[in-house]
Design a binder for this molecule. Sequence first.
Ligand code: BT5
Length: 257
Amino acid sequence: MVGSVLSAESISVSLRTEQFGRVLHVYGTVSSTNDLAKQLADAGAAEGAAVIAEEQIAGRGRAGRVWISPPGGLWLSTVLRPALTVDEWPLLSIALALAASISIETVAGLQAGVKWPNDLMVRNRKVGGILVEATPAYAIGGIGINANLTDSRIREIGESATSLQAEIGNTVDLNRLAATLLAGIEEQYRRLGSDRNAMLSEFRERSMVLGRRIRISGGAVSDGVAEGIDESGALIVRTEAGLQVLRVGEVSIRVAD
Ligand code: BT5
């Protein structure tokens, strides 16, 4: 399989970035790339330092959930040192999700929609996810993409999952996907400072929730219509109780609609 084995050398050859991935560690099996990126950040690593692993044995999602991360996927974390207020932290997930969605389109030719705030979806199945873990000093941006996961691996994960391989019937070049993603992260992350509104417009175009009836959970459960994503990245939902501004939470799309 071309490019199926991750290597720092192969990624570097096609890396077109100034900063992201210029410090790059590629490992075999790790606990979670977010943990390793945190260690780098604690040791003073600059923004853009990145960790990639072939396999995670303690990959995680949000709220303590497990992220299943067998070989064949792209499990990547990068150090961010954003100049954002706490209220603006949702923008980090948004920038990373936009970068991941564009990278999937570039490398696999698939349209990947984004379910606010952090799910990457192909044909209503989850093909990847974003986990941003922020501290006052830095944030770690973690991205998982089910790239070359076979149908049987996907079945183990569950009905709600898919992979690039399952969708296109072929493997993708993991090193190219990694280099493309790092370049995309650099571009979208920089736009947070210089070109935020245009970045958000592009994100909205890839959003699967805007205009849809959704159910919000992860606090009080309520139903509503997703009306917008504001300049801080929050989701604006019209519910019976009026407009709600959602900065974190779970959104599911109502099947009946
Ligand atoms: C996410 O959480 O979607 C964030 C996933 C972030 C993973 C990256 S990989 C690199 C970095 N290192 C880490 O340890 N994490 C990051 P959440 O929205 O909470 O979704 C988690 C849910 O997705 C689980 O409860 C499962 O239902 C489902 N799930 C788990 N593994 C999956 C997979 N490989 N593909 C699709 N769905 C999965």
